[in-house]
Design a binder for this molecule. Structure first.
Ligand code: ZN
Ligand code: ZN
Length: 156
């Protein structure tokens, strides 16, 4: 990856899962046509209830941050990128439809859906954002989690 001096810093320190440092994680979509490999540390799971996540994933989406320079696509023949807003794109499998990745155009990290990992027992949930934008029937089962909108400094 090329260095961009305007890029935002790496994974936020308070989000890093220390026990994942230098560990290698693999994962991929449901059909296996899109596969990735990432070297830790990775971030804690952040659950997002925003409109864009709901419309692309079918319900709230969740991601963990990994450094782009420690992330590799092992298989990407089926991978499609979709600009879901002016500031970010999403990577999904064009064969099985799995919603794997979210990436701010200016970020040096990529958010990976935790369900795509082959092994994720060391992961932990940090909290949730954009809960107020969810329809009144939800977010489901997440009412006890901390709200991190201010911490995460979510773009609106
Ligand atoms: Zn797939
Ligand atoms: Zn979202």
């Amino acid at each position: 990856m090329t260095e961009n001096p305007d890029m935002m810093p790496n994974i936020m320190p308070e989000m890093v899962i220390a026990t994942t440092a230098d560990k290698i994680y693999t994962g991929g979509c449901h059909c296996g046509a899109a596969r990735f490999r990432v070297t830790g540390p990775v971030g804690k799971i952040l659950i997002c209830h925003c409109y864009d996540c709901r419309r692309t994933a079918g319900l709230s989406w969740a991601g963990i941050d990994a450094a782009l320079d420690r992330f590799d696509l092992v298989k990407d023949a089926s991978l499609k990128w979709y600009d879901s807003s002016a500031i970010a794109k999403r990577g999904f499998c064009g064969d099985c439809g799995a919603s794997l990745f979210y990436q701010l155009h200016t970020a040096s990290v990529i958010a990976i859906a935790p369900g795509m990992f082959d092994q994720s027992d060391q992961f932990e949930v940090a909290g949730q954002i954009y809960a107020a934008s969810h329809p009144a029937w939800g977010p489901c089962y997440l009412r006890g989690l901390p709200h991190l909108d201010d911490v995460w400094n979510a773009p609106s």
